[in-house]
Design a protein around this ligand. Structure first.
Ligand code: NAD
Length: 498
């Protein structure tokens, strides 16, 4: 793929109209209260747009529109093959507008433009397409009943879905929810993060163009404690699907209990262990992967390999390889097509990251490289990926999710100790194991309490397998046919046969 030059992106930006209004019942609208908040780019500090600051009044309108559209059957009662056609048209429109969407994503949250264009937007389109293509191929069940009964086990769309998503992969996370939610016939209200609302607002128009009826897909930009909370407490939202922090995930369970016991599916934080045994087949490959696992997307990745567990006998050989590999991950202007590490999402996140770097030093870990704010002259929010050696699993930088490019290196002496350290975490999102020993790989994979385990790679996979966490990393699964479970109710129908 040819990535346009930085100058070409600037030209595209000059001609861009950035929409900041909510999208309810098929049209863009100001928030009911009329207030907005400023959207500023972490890439270079430029002001991008005024965004509608939605609250409970907007949630009322959007939920009512979603309910009306659902009850009318305008989408839910369409044949699966017809919903498939419309959603594939939507996926095609995402790709047809890939440059614009990638630019919005990069300007909004700081990721490198090459990643936004070659990873985020194609992955978002692919997740819509994958669910669409599957929906006319899944069957319901006939129960093994006695001869005088017919038992049908059917899946029905659940109704009104509220999807609350984070800022690290704004459109991709949204599409992981939208694909299965819409394919199964629901009406959806998407609440993007207040830090990255632009692509969600833009694609609402594309969804309408593709043929998704008015009211079936609504977008409410705004803050979590206002419009997010209003959706989570709403008595007419049937399912709440969430990707974000563990702290807010717990809060959403409380809101559901305090309101209508809506189903709550949570994809939350992580502190994933990346275990390198002395018999790893290729230490260079492991080092490259360890660097990418903490530096890709500025470390703002739920499955970041933020705990690097290294067997003591190879530590002195392996750590310099990681330091060397990380040199290729230098921060650069996010609109430069060569950049691999872009800007952090905002200065709040920068303060969090720098705070953890200070905490690591204070706790006695050794900062081996990186960890400074750089490129301040761009007015952007850039930080060098950092590596700490001599970390123990009790330190804050090993226990808490930093959500930035800070790698903690922890040494172990045996496979049992490695697994014990890996599992000694409130999180259980992902883990990786590097070894040439097939039995050790399988034993480790079984013992690791994580939703995804990779052997001799980091972050492999596609739409065909479920993605989600054990423990406080959440309960739901995005991707694969398993995702359909979140958006459907299971019904048993018993027919008496004479
Ligand atoms: P966050 O929890 O702060 O916010 C996520 C969303 O929740 C935002 O839209 C926010 O506005 C909303 N929100 C905040 N308070 C709310 C409230 N009281 N009621 C309702 N909604 C509220 O998370 P973040 O900082 O946007 O994202 C980073 C987190 O997301 C990290 O913990 C990361 O690990 C996690 N994440 C997880 C996955 C996964 O698949 N497991 C994927 C990506 C990101």
């Amino acid at each position: 793929m040819t990535i346009p030059s930085r100058e070409q992106w600037e030209t595209l930006y000059q001609g861009l109209h950035i929409e900041g209004r909510a999208f309810i019942d098929g049209e863009y609208r100001d928030s009911v209260c009329g207030t907005t908040f400023d959207c500023t780019s972490p890439v270079d500090g430029r002001a991008l747009a005024a965004i509608a600051s939605c609250d409970s009044a907007d949630a009322e309108l959007a939920v009512a529109a979603a309910r009306r559209s659902f009850d009318s059957g305008v989408w839910a009662n369409q044949a699966p093959a017809q919903r498939k056609r419309v959603l594939i048209a939507f996926a095609d429109l995402l790709l047809a507008n890939a440059n614009e969407l990638a630019l919005l994503e990069t300007l909004d949250m700081g990721k490198p433009i090459a990643d936004a264009l070659s990873i985020d937007i194609p992955a978002a389109a692919n997740s819509i397409r994958w669910s669409a293509e599957a929906i006319d191929k899944v069957y319901d069940e006939v129960a093994p009943t006695p001869h005088d009964q017919l038992g049908l086990v059917t899946r029905e769309p659940i109704g009104v879905v509220a999807a609350i998503v984070p800022w690290n992969f704004p459109l991709m996370m949204a599409c992981w929810k939208l694909g299965p939610a819409l394919a199964t016939g629901n009406s959806v209200i998407l609440k993007p993060s207040e830090k990255s609302p632009l692509t969600a607002i833009r694609v609402a128009q594309l969804a309408l163009e593709a043929g998704i009826p008015a009211g079936v897909f609504n977008v409410l930009p705004g803050y979590g404690h206002t419009v997010g909370k209003a959706l989570a407490l709403h008595m007419d939202v049937d399912t709440l699907v969430f990707t974000g922090s563990t702290r807010i995930a717990k809060q959403l369970m409380v809101y559901a209990g305090e309101s209508n016991m809506k189903r709550v599916w949570l994809e939350a934080g992580g502190k994933s262990p990346n275990i390198v045994f002395a018999d790893a087949p290729d230490l260079h490959a492991a080092a490259e992967a360890a660097a990418a696992a903490i530096a890709f997307n500025q470390g703002e990745v739920c499955i970041a390999g933020s705990r690097l567990l290294v067997e003591r006998s190879i530590k002195d050989r392996f750590l310099p390889l990681v330091v060397e590999a990380l040199k290729a991950w230098k921060p650069g202007h996010a609109l430069d097509p060569e950049t691999r590490v872009g800007a952090l999402v905002d200065t709040t996140q920068l303060d969090t990251v720098l705070g953890y770097i200070e905490a690591g030093k204070a706790d006695g870990a050794a900062l081996v490289s990186g960890g400074r704010r750089v490129l301040e002259e761009t007015c952007g929010v850039y930080v060098e990926p950092a590596i700490f050696d001599g970390v123990t699993n009790a330190m804050r930088i090993a226990r808490e999710e930093i959500f930035g490019p800070v790698l903690s290196v922890i040494t172990f002496d045996s496979a049992e100790e490695a697994i014990a350290i890996a599992n000694d975490s409130p999180f259980g999102l992902a883990a990786a194991v590097w070894t040439a020993d097939l039995s050790k790989a399988h034993r480790s994979a079984r013992a690791l309490r994580a939703g995804s385990v990779w052997i001799n790679q980091y972050d492999g996979g596609d739409m065909t397998a479920p993605f989600g966490g054990f423990k406080q990393s959440g309960n739901g699964r995005d991707k694969s046919l398993h995702a359909f479970d979140k958006y459907t109710e299971l019904k048993a129908t018993w027919i008496k046969l004479n």
